[in-house]
Design a protein around this ligand. Structure first.
Ligand SMILES: Nc1ncnc2c1ncn2[C@@H]1O[C@H](COP(=O)(O)OP(=O)(O)OP(=O)(O)O)[C@@H](O)[C@H]1O
Ligand SMILES: [Mg+2]
Length: 149
């Protein structure tokens, strides 16, 4: 099932993230696709807030996976795989482990992990820049991005 949202601002993208996250639970893996600066981190920030993360989520330069404490003993993981060059590195940084740790895992730039993610139940979010500040945000519930391959 797909749901489409339109956003006109960063704040609105955060709010959409919050709305989408209401349906998430421990064990969920959420893949975020979209070009640089399209608002993936903004969406995760809104989602994390509604899940009870107190810290404000940013894009750390060197941390590839950042855990955050959320409500009810839940851990929210924010992974950004942009800088990963080889799929083998995913094991070294503990990415596979974090997929099965029972938390909610948000993954920016998940393409490099395609093989690892292939058999998993995931939630997929695609963000497209339509105009300067406008974004089309598509949620694919319990499904992978159709990569055409
Ligand atoms: N409708 C919008 N939604 C989200 N961000 C927007 C919107 N309009 C403008 N922006 C701007 O776009 C940028 C989005 O940055 P953000 O870090 O969330 O992107 P990202 O997709 O995570 O990028 P990266 O791939 O580099 O991690 C911010 O500077 C934000 O102010
Ligand atoms: Mg980002």
């Amino acid at each position: 099932m797909e749901r489409v949202f339109l956003s006109q601002s960063e704040a609105q993208t955060e709010a959409i993230g919050a709305e989408i996250a209401e349906g998430f639970q421990g064990g969920d893996v959420v893949l975020l696709y979209g070009e640089l600066g399209c608002g993936k981190t903004a969406l995760v920030r809104g989602a994390a807030r509604v899940l009870g993360v107190q810290e404000v989520i940013t894009s750390p330069t060197y941390t590839l996976i950042q855990p955050y404490e959320a409500d009810g003993g839940l851990t929210v993981y924010h992974a950004d795989l942009y800088r990963i060059e080889e799929a083998e590195e995913l094991f070294e940084i503990g990415f596979e482990e974090c997929l099965f740790a029972g938390g909610i895992v948000f993954v920016e730039w998940p393409q490099i992990a395609a093989d690892m993610l292939a058999g998993l139940k995931v939630q997929t979010i695609r963000i497209e820049k339509t105009e300067d500040k406008e974004r089309r945000i598509t949620l694919i519930k319990n499904g992978h991005e159709d990569t055409g391959s």
